[in-house]
Design a protein around this ligand. Structure first.
Ligand SMILES: [Zn+2]
Length: 250
């Protein structure tokens, strides 16, 4: 802060001076549309960028929550880049009850007759596990009812923890926030059949209500959804299957 105002960086990373603004107060839910700008994330068979789809879903969820008198804030509202640490700082600074990061998956997993919805919870936070479980339960139930889709799924899809080799949460957006959080990978944008469906307006209208319902249930009840997998997935940034089922070796 200076005599002229606040020195800040704008969403394009350029320095700017802010002389006035609106204080953000009493935010209950921070929605984080993953990626943006120079980081488009996954890409679908129609050319749709994950960053764009994440934002569409987040805006639709935000509107539904506001209609139910639940206050929301988005970490980004357009197609621009924002650092993970800034997203986290924003959620922690406004004192939100929860941070929900919204993504669509990229690595091609096996074909499946069920959606491969994954929700990542923060290690050691039972409330994060409850949030992840509610999100998984509602989202999976909405998707599995859609007919005629060739889904993609990993064998350990569900509500789970993803850890690195030292045992900490692999994704900083899950590990670092003090705010209770969950990271939602709704479905596989990069897969041919479901990627075409995910690019439709019908999909946005289908998926926003269950996400909003999961958030509302989290805030208003002690309900739990899908139980968290007991065993965490070991994150392997180079790809490949690194998590093993529990097997007794002789
Ligand atoms: Zn993503």
């Amino acid at each position: 802060m200076t005599d002229q105002g606040w020195n800040v960086y704008d969403p394009c990373g350029d320095p700017a001076v802010i002389t006035k603004g609106f204080p953000i107060r009493e935010i209950q839910v921070v929605l984080d549309p993953g990626h943006g700008g120079k980081d488009p994330g996954a890409r679908g068979p129609t050319g749709l960028k994950e960053s764009e789809l994440n934002l569409k879903v987040s805006l639709a969820v935000s509107q539904l929550l506001q209609d139910r008198n639940i206050s929301t804030l988005l970490t980004r509202t357009g197609d621009y880049y924002i650092e993970l640490d800034e997203r986290i700082a924003l959620a922690d600074a406004v004192g939100a009850a929860i941070l929900v990061s919204i993504h669509h998956n990229a690595p091609v997993a096996a074909k499946s007759d069920k959606p491969g919805t994954e929700v990542f919870a923060q290690t050691g936070d039972p409330e994060s596990a409850r949030l992840a479980g509610l999100l998984h339960g509602e989202v999976f139930e909405a998707l599995v009812a859609v007919e005629g889709i060739q889904w993609t799924s990993r064998w350990d899809a569900g509500a789970l923890r993803v850890v690195n080799s030292s045992g900490g949460d692999a994704y900083s957006l899950v590990r670092k926030p003090e705010t209770t959080n969950a990271l939602l990978e709704i479905a596989y944008l990069a897969s041919p059949s479901e990627g075409v469906f995910l690019a439709t307006d019908e999909y946005i209208q289908l998926i926003a209500p269950p996400i909003a319902s999961a958030v509302e249930k989290y805030l208003a009840s002690d309900e739990t959804g899908t139980p968290l997998h007991e065993r965490a997935r070991i994150h392997n940034p180079t790809g490949g299957r690194r998590t093993c089922p529990l097997v007794d070796l002789e």
